[in-house]
Write a protein that binds this ligand. Sequence first.
Ligand code: PEP
Ligand code: MN
Length: 349
Amino acid sequence: MIVVMKSGASKPQIEHVVKLVREMGLKDHVIVGTERTVVAVIGNDRFKDRSVLESVEGVEKVVPILAPYKMASKEIKKERSVVPFFISPRTKGAPAGPSPSVGGKRLGIIAGPCSVENKTQLLEIAHAVKEAGAGGLRGGAFKPRTNPYSFQGLAEEGLKLLALAREETGLAVVTEVMAVEQVKLVADYADVLQVGARNMQNFNLLNAVGEQSKPVLLKRGMSATLEEFLLAAEYIMAKGNANVMLCERGIRTFEEYVRNTLALAAVPELQRVSHLPVIVDPSQGTGKNHLVDPMCRAAVAAGADGLIIEVHNDPAHALTDGAQSITPQQFAAMMSAIKRIAAAVEREV
Ligand code: PEP
Ligand code: MN
């Protein structure tokens, strides 16, 4: 960090800052300018509390240089991380053979209903998205609903149906875990654990998914900055789980023509500062089924490492998020359209 002194800061004030920097176990380099003096702090100050220096007399501001997250940052790892959907040991019933992944040349495509509703619904959708080229099957068994009277998901029954769909199709199961007490149960059935937008800063949950070994799909909170998003990923990684995929799913803005505003610039920006793969959810990201296909194309063009898309065989009767669900036919058409876009940005579908 760099401590910028106020113009006219006194010598004792500058010396006080230097003393505090040394007490932190860091080195100082004082640069005396014509207008003002700055104290450059040398050493790893990532975990030091810079607000201490901010409130010292004579200090104008403190400018951080290192990102506050470490494991998630590019400083630690220059190459892009590839996160597989299946890790070993594989979930009981998961297929053998190479795993679909996100972060490599091939895009990771996860598709399926917002919620698991029943066996016929799930299996029909699972077979259709597999046929169209998806590698992962999404479907919520535990649903975070705004209204307590809305459908809350089938819980373990839903997880069993997801396991059955994996057995029939070979797709990796991606499903949400909402609470620390559910982590073990969900991890017994799922291949990838989803932490939803509403739980992005549930630090106990982040620690719990960090302590188990299944890959984690972490969604950006709807009012979280990218730094807060990366710090949430850091929680998981700091507990020992490096298999984290970041998911941009739209943020809350003043706009009303969409459910959320899909911040696609987050994709290249996250990739600039982090080695973690970034996927895009155009379904929660727009809330409108007619916007899903164009946003899938835009996400791939912007360099996204994958997509997670809500697909329903009967959107009009879906128990959750029907308005933003595309049909299996629309999904198949989208998959063939993004092949050409992927090729243009040197990726594969
Ligand atoms: C979902 O994927 O259905 C979901 C609830 O996502 P989010 O946490 O992004 O709202
Ligand atoms: Mn949904």
